[in-house]
Design a protein around this ligand. Structure first.
Ligand code: G1P
Length: 297
């Protein structure tokens, strides 16, 4: 059973400025809740009960968001605002704990994951990169993260969620080299030959990009400890994964859902539109608004 998930949230969010100057980019709102809450909900829906935030002193709002706000709850209670109170109290199920550790220096994603070593201990864990929202399609039988967890439990091998991207974008991602071929159907998994961080299109072994959801064995920490700075002069998770898979194996799994990259402005707008359209309470009203706004004001 995969119980723990590491969410690296220490990044400065330079691609979202000026919005992310005084609030963490993970606290930007998609419809009615911060991006980070959507990601935590995704983890919980896949059975995670321990959320480990790898954070930074400038990003306290994220920890506060998942903490109890006693004064606010008392005030809402006093004023009889039961719906708002219920929404606050249901933000995290009682069975879920949120723990935070600090990444004082921005040395890369691999270094961020290594900061969680003592809290993860000796068990497999999930990693969710909170820039990216992953939503299931309506007819999808199981969420992609849940699939990754089940596949790990079946094979004991590291699992990496991938999705096809346009060839001219491969240099923005970790790229998978498969054991056989260079294509993968949705919902299919296969052994990995290697992973390479942000290759040039000419050198990319496929267009299958690492989308930011992983299930990893605790052994990854010993590989991370040996990983030297790579692409962008940062300690890359992809490089540690590549070393791990050369001796222990790892698998790529092609996602069935959709990703929304909230780490850039247009991606964030796309996420907002899609999540508003699919929102249980606001969806219909939002679609009417969209219709209205296309007519001259
Ligand atoms: C990180 C990972 C990369 C992955 C990407 C997904 O890169 O290093 O392998 O494909 O997230 O969003 P970053 O976007 O932090 O540069």
């Amino acid at each position: 059973m995969i119980r723990k998930a590491v969410l690296p949230v220490a990044g400065l969010g330079t691609r979202c400025l000026p919005a992310s100057k005084a609030i963490p980019k993970e606290m930007m709102t998609v419809v009615d809740r911060p991006v980070i809450q959507w990601v935590v909900e995704e983890a919980i829906a896949s059975g995670i009960t321990e959320i480990i935030l790898v954070t930074h002193s400038a990003k306290k709002a994220i920890e506060d968001h998942f903490d109890v706000h006693y004064e606010l709850e008392t005030e809402l209670e006093k004023r009889g605002k039961t719906d708002a109170l219920k929404a606050l109290r249901e933000l995290l199920p009682d069975s879920v704990r949120v723990i935070s550790v600090r990444q004082g220096r921005a040395l890369g994603l691999g270094h961020a994951i290594l900061c969680a070593k003592a809290v993860v201990g000796d068990e497999p864990f999930a990693v969710l990169l909170p820039d990216v929202l992953v939503a299931a399609e309506k007819d999808q039988p199981q969420a992609d993260l849940k699939q990754l967890c089940a596949r790990y439990e079946g094979s004991g091998k590291a699992q990496i969620l991938v999705d096809a991207v346009p060839t001219d974008q491969v240099d923005q991602y970790g790229i998978a080299e498969l054991m056989q071929g260079c294509e993968l159907a949705r919902g299919e998994g296969i052994g990995l030959r290697s992973v390479i961080e942000k290759p040039s299109p000419a050198l990319a072994p496929s267009n299958l990009a690492v989308v930011g959801r992983y299930v990893l064995p605790a052994e990854i920490f010993s590989y991370l400890e040996k990983t030297r700075p790579g692409a962008g002069n940062e300690i890359q998770l992809t490089d540690a994964l590549d070393a791990l898979l050369q001796s222990k194996g790892a698998e790529a799994y092609c996602m069935q859902g959709r990703t929304y990259d909230c780490g850039n402005k247009l991606g964030y707008l796309r996420a907002t539109l899609a999540y508003a359209r699919d929102h249980a309470e606001l969806g219909d009203g939002f679609m009417r608004l969209l219709d209205e706004i296309q007519r001259p004001l």
